[in-house]
Ligand binder design. Structure first.
Ligand SMILES: *[C@@H]1O[C@H](CO)[C@@H](O)[C@H](O)[C@H]1NC(C)=O
Length: 193
């Protein structure tokens, strides 16, 4: 039992769980280690689509720099344990490891302990998500289901359905409402229901 636990911790630590879903690991983007870790129940049945409301990025170098800046800002200014989003996805079509599949993130107050938050890098009130970006997120979610991180009947929601925010921006909101698993009426999964 203890051995299994150690192996799981080791895999999490070195980013294998994320690498298996074609994610750029924190080690690869040169991120800081979390100050504290809490684990999610597994599998999770809520996926929340968000945006960072920062400038967008289209190159590998530019996206990595933005992800590092977001982590620095959240850890230094906001005193988060780690970068808050579970995953981030750049205009270059790459997915970046945040708090990942297994750890509790800090993205949607009240829902962090039972959801995965996927944040598109950019501001989608004005930007259009790229085809590569959308495809990367579809693949990421499918991989999450295949690997047992997400239930196969997961619910997909927009950030703004759960908390007071414009995220994920009008254009991305319009897009994800057409996706499979999109939950139009969030009442049934809301904390106060
Ligand atoms: C949303 O679902 C709840 C039950 O979960 C129901 O009471 C409510 O009427 C629904 N709202 C709409 C707009 O359909």
């Amino acid at each position: 039992m203890i051995l299994v636990f150690c192996i799981v911790l080791g895999l999490v630590q070195w980013g294998y769980v994320e690498a298996a879903c074609d994610v750029v690991t924190k080690k690869q983007w040169d991120g800081l280690k979390p100050l504290h870790v809490e684990y999610l129940p597994r599998p999770v049945n809520i996926v929340i689509i968000e945006h960072t409301a920062t400038p967008g990025c289209s190159t590998d170098a530019g996206c990595e720099e933005l992800v590092r800046n977001i982590q620095n800002n959240q850890m230094e200014q906001l005193n988060f344990w780690d970068i808050g989003m579970s995953f981030l996805v750049g205009g270059n079509g790459k997915v970046y490891e945040g708090s990942g599949w297994l750890r509790v993130g800090a993205h949607t107050y009240g829902y962090n302990r039972r959801s995965i938050g996927i944040s598109f890098i950019g501001n989608y009130n004005t930007d259009e998500p790229t085809a590569d970006q959308l495809e990367a997120v579809r693949k990421l979610i499918q991989c999450g289901v295949d690997k047992g991180h997400l239930t196969s009947d997961y619910h997909l929601l927009a950030h703004r359905q759960l908390i007071s925010t414009e995220s994920p921006g009008r254009k991305l909101y319009r897009e994800i409402r057409t996706w499979p698993h999109y939950l139009e009426n969030a009442t049934s999964i809301m904390n106060n229901s």
